[in-house]
Design a protein around this ligand. Structure first.
Ligand SMILES: [Zn+2]
Ligand SMILES: [Zn+2]
Ligand SMILES: [Zn+2]
Ligand SMILES: [Zn+2]
Length: 310
């Protein structure tokens, strides 16, 4: 028998439904907890959903969802022997995928038609579709592509999926190379991966780099103030004047420093390091940078709120 696969037009449909789902439940950042999401659906009654855990289900069944036509109610039932929440070990995180799979059945409209009216092949394809929905919900491409994979098991834990689910996702995306490539250093707090040669502190969040750069999620922080190779601002961040021919270390028009100095340069002079154009903190001593202190660069937490798209 030919290996079953999801037809292309159905993949497009899954993509669209997932996008609507993410908007509707206001999922803004990852990782995603699908058991909590089911709880949210039940609370909001949109659609009317009931969730329970039952013992005595078939030993190979993780969960099932029933649609009660009259009440227009979805009932998600987890197998007690296979349900683990909250997730503690890699094995438990299988429950997260199971919950995502059941959400997939609901969102994709698989349940309204009685499965007795479907062919065996149709039912099997729906199972693949629910898996695909769960995989994309829990491991969207942007997330998968922006992890450092410094540790595979930690990366799976971060995404709240089992290691086998992550392996499968990477295989489906044909991106197993992500795990094999040179492991990137990334700040575990902010995800920044760009550091000056001798940086002792993360220029984005100020964390001491000696505590380790084993971050999982890599994030990009653009240079908000563009600098030349001598670390001078190209334009004044306050008055906007072109500084390329400016003499001295202050803007000749408004007096703003043209370097993103360590703030202590102005205070006690103990550190005079000129920092990059996205630095909120001094890479040498961890104190705030001049442009951050002046408010020309906003807090990193705001800059990092880049949305994930599928
Ligand atoms: Zn299923
Ligand atoms: Zn950082
Ligand atoms: Zn100026
Ligand atoms: Zn400093």
């Amino acid at each position: 028998m030919k290996k079953l696969s999801i037809p292309k037009y159905r993949l497009d449909y899954i993509e669209k439904v997932l996008k609507d789902y993410i908007d509707r439940y206001q999922i803004k950042d990852w990782p995603v907890d699908c058991v909590a999401l089911l709880g949210k659906m039940a609370r909001l009654k949109s659609p009317p959903t009931k969730v329970r855990v039952e013992s005595g289900m078939h030993k190979d069944t993780d969960a099932c969802t029933i649609y009660h036509k009259k009440a227009r109610l979805y009932e998600v039932i987890f197998n007690k022997d296979r349900f683990s929440y909250p997730y503690k070990r890699s094995k438990d995180r299988r429950t997260n995928f199971t919950a995502g799979h059941e959400i997939g059945h609901i969102a994709l409209g698989h349940l309204e038609l009685d499965s007795k009216l479907k062919t065996r092949q149709e039912v099997l394809i729906e199972e693949l579709e629910a898996d695909e929905f769960a995989a994309r919900l829990l491991m969207p491409k942007d997330l998968v592509f922006t992890c450092s994979y410094s540790s595979f098991s930690d990366t799976a834990a971060y995404m709240k999926v089992s290691q086998s689910a992550l392996k499968r996702r990477l295989a489906n995306l044909d991106r197993q190379d992500l795990v094999l490539r040179r492991r990137e250093r990334a700040c575990p707090v902010c995800g920044n991966k760009t550091f000056s040669m001798f940086a002792s502190f993360c220029p984005i969040c100020g964390r001491d780099t000696r505590l380790g750069l084993n971050g999982i999620r890599v994030r990009f922080y653009p240079d908000l103030i563009r600098l030349d190779r001598y670390k001078r601002a190209l334009a004044c961040p306050l008055c906007g004047m072109d500084l390329r021919d400016n003499k001295g270390e202050r803007c000749s028009l408004c007096g703003t420093l043209i370097f993103n100095f360590c703030i202590s340069y102005l205070r006690d002079g103990s550190c005079s390091f000129a920092n990059p154009g996205n630095a909120r903190f001094c890479e040498m001593c961890g104190r705030p940078s001049y442009y951050y202190e002046k408010g020309y660069i906003g807090p990193w937490q705001e800059a990092s709120r880049n949305r994930i798209s599928n």
